[in-house]
Every structure is written in C-alpha cells, then in structure tokens.
Design a protein around this ligand. Structure first.
Ligand SMILES: *Cc1c(COP(=O)(O)O)cnc(C)c1O
Length: 372
C-alpha cells in the first residue's frame, strides 16, 4: 500500500450517519449529508444515503458532477452560493442551491429556462457569524424577487453559524430563524418547505432544545466523518472518532538531543519555536508534511508526540526506540488535516468496509439492533 494514505472505514461512517439520522428524526429534523471534506467521494455519499440522509450537500459543483458521473442518484445540494460563471453547470447537475444574491438567482433562472429544468433555491440568512447570508431585514424582498422568477422554486430558508466567527447556534439564534420562516409564510402563504438550521455545530442545540421550532433539517459533515461535535470538538456519544485515519511512514529513528544547537534564525515557516532542553530523546521522522496535511490537526497515538513539521517531514518523539523505519504511524485527522490530506496529490485514499454496501448496510443495521 502507498504511503501516506487516508483510510476511510465506511462501516464506521455509516454507523455515525445512522446514529445522527435516528436521533435527529426524533426531533423532527432530517439530515443533509455533507461530503465536501472527502471531495465528494461517491462511496461516502452512498454510505450516508444508506444510513438515511435525505440528500447530499456539497460546496463545489465539480464534486457534484463527479458523483453524478459515478451514478450517485440522490438529490444534491450546492451549499456554497453558485458562481455566476457556473450557473449552467449548477442547474444541470444539482437540484437545489443555497443563495444570497438575487443577481445569481436570476442567472440560475435564465440557465434553468434554457435547460428546461426547474431549480430549487434556499435563501441563506445572516444570523451573526458573518459569512454568507441575506440580512434579516432584507429577506422578505429577496423572497418576493425569487418567487417571480421563471423555472425557480423557493424551497426554503437557512442559516450557517460557527464556521467563520465561532458564533454558537443556540436557542436564541434558532428561534430567530424560526420567526423569519413564520414571517415569510405569513407574508406569502405557506411556501417554505425546508428550514435548514445549520451544520454540525447545531447538534448540541438540536438534541437538547425543548423545542426545535420550524427547523427541519441540518447539514452534517464533520460530525459524521469524525464523530465529534464542533463547538468544543468533544466526541459524540456512541459515534466512532476513528472512521478516518491518516497513515504516514517512518523514514528515520534516532536518539538525538532535544534542543537544537548553533545560532538560531528563522525556520522554513518563520519564527522558530522555543525548545526546552530535555536531554536526549528518541526522535523519528515521518514522510508527511505541510504539503500533505495540516500537521497541527493530527491526533497521534499515545506513544507518539508531535514536535514539529516542515513541508515534507513530520518530526515526532517516540516513547521507545523499537520502532523500525518502514513501519507506519496512524493519526486521527481533524477537519483541517482531513481536508488538506484529501486535496494533496501525494496522499492516497483507501476505502474499506464497503463491500456490497446496500447488503452490508442492512446487515449492519441489524447487527446494531436498529432494523428488525
Ligand atoms: C460545510 C458546510 C456544512 C457542513 O459543516 P460541518 O461542520 O462539516 O457539519 C454545512 N453548511 C454549509 C453551508 C457548509 O458550507
């Protein structure tokens, strides 16, 4: 097998997705399974779909097109606003897109007319995290504009918190979104089918709030892939946190001083770290670096401590020196490390646990007592 590589265990991802789908269904909330951190791997999308996600969410039309080519037949949602330059492709490959600019929605309408298709729209509202969203005071006007466009259907409204500024999707924010949905429906008749409350950061609210109001969908990526909620990155009860692992190969193991010697200036990446002298340590080099992943986002096994990284090397301290060159170390990547590893041409992806997924999915659901 080639190294470095990401190993993706579909059984674990299926399990995670199924758990979250089941728990949220009890709160009247469906799941849009977000595959973008895996670049839209079709096997991951299929595992999500077998676990019961309602649709697949992606931020790039290229990933949606790739999944379509691989025969993923599910409804697909483009979560990032379409580029005006891509509206024709968006209309051709997706069923629904999230939008914040009427000029782009008009472009989608024109493309949909040309293609003889109907394209659905979710209008995203700004609730304070300051990434995408129409300001709440402008929502009714944007709805009015959208409703009169040919070949466009307004499917719902949504919001996204936490990603840029860390603003928590709490009861107050979600009540605000529910109230906006009520205002739109009161103004135009009951037209909103989907109220998409947010991402993995919404899980704590969704599973504990007394009342989830009008919110009937969440878009989940990281929590399914990595098994953690994203406000504090705590493991989610009953989910696997090791469904995705990143393996790197050992290329040097030596006893070396812990402290560099000589006159210290800048490093390859700027300011040198302050290093305490701890005498000699067992230092190893792994053949993975900044060009392959985000080294600061790797969780090592207990016997390994990450010291530093450069473009192509990860420098670690080992508990003992009976680790051989040619052996491998497995890390749990965080979202940032996963994203960069998936995108690096040097990191291969190995998918296990899929088999004949439809059959497997049924067996697995039986084995964990969730299907009789
Ligand atoms: C990426 C993304 C998501 C998924 O976020 P996770 O934290 O991975 O669950 C949801 N909504 C939007 C708009 C996104 O861009």
């Amino acid at each position: 097998m080639t190294s470095p590589r990401l190993e993706i265990d579909l059984k674990k991802l299926y399990h995670n997705a199924h758990k979250l789908v089941t728990r949220l269904a009890a709160r009247g909330i469906s799941v849009t399974g977000v595959t973008k951190a895996t670049l839209g791997l079709p096997q991951v999308a299929q595992a999500f779909l077998h676990a019961g996600v309602r649709r697949i969410g992606e931020s790039r039309v290229e990933n949606i097109e790739a999944m379509r080519r691989c025969g993923v037949a599910a409804p697909m949602v483009l979560l990032r606003s379409p580029m005006l330059s891509q509206v024709t492709r968006v209309v051709a490959s997706t069923d629904l897109s999230f939008n914040t600019e009427v000029e782009i929605i008009r472009g989608l309408s024109e493309a949909a007319v040309r293609a003889g298709r109907t394209h659905e729209i979710v209008l995203m509202v700004e609730l304070g995290d300051l990434r995408e969203g129409i300001m709440p005071a402008d929502l009714v006007d944007a709805v009015r504009y959208t409703l009169q466009l040919p070949n466009i259907k307004l499917k719902g409204i949504g919001a996204n918190l936490s990603c840029r500024s860390g603003v928590s999707p709490d009861c107050a924010k979600m009540a605000e979104l529910s109230a906006l949905a009520d205002t739109v429906d009161a103004t135009f008749g009951p037209i909103l089918d989907l109220v998409s409350g947010g991402n993995s950061a919404n899980l704590r609210w969704a599973l504990s709030a007394a009342d989830t109001g009008r919110i009937n969908d969440l878009r989940l990526g990281e929590s399914i892939l990595l098994g953690r909620e994203t406000l504090h990155r705590e493991p989610i009860d009953g989910l696997y946190t090791d469904g995705v692992t990143l393996l790197a190969e050992v290329i040097e193991v030596k006893s070396k001083p812990s402290k560099p010697w000589g006159e210290i200036a800048q490093t390859a990446f700027g300011k040198p770290p302050h290093v305490k002298d701890r005498g000699h340590i067992v230092q190893a080099l792994l053949a993975i670096g900044e060009q392959d992943t985000d080294p600061s986002g790797l969780l090592p096994p207990t016997w390994v401590r990450i010291l530093s990284a450069t473009s192509d090397h990860l420098i670690v301290e080992l508990d003992n020196d009976n680790v051989r060159v040619g052996s491998e170390v497995a890390f749990q990547p965080n979202y940032s490390a996963l994203l960069r590893a998936m995108t690096s041409p040097f990191v291969s992806t190995v998918i296990s646990g899929g088999g004949e997924l439809p059959v497997y999915a049924i067996e697995h659901a039986r084995s964990i007592g969730e299907l009789t």
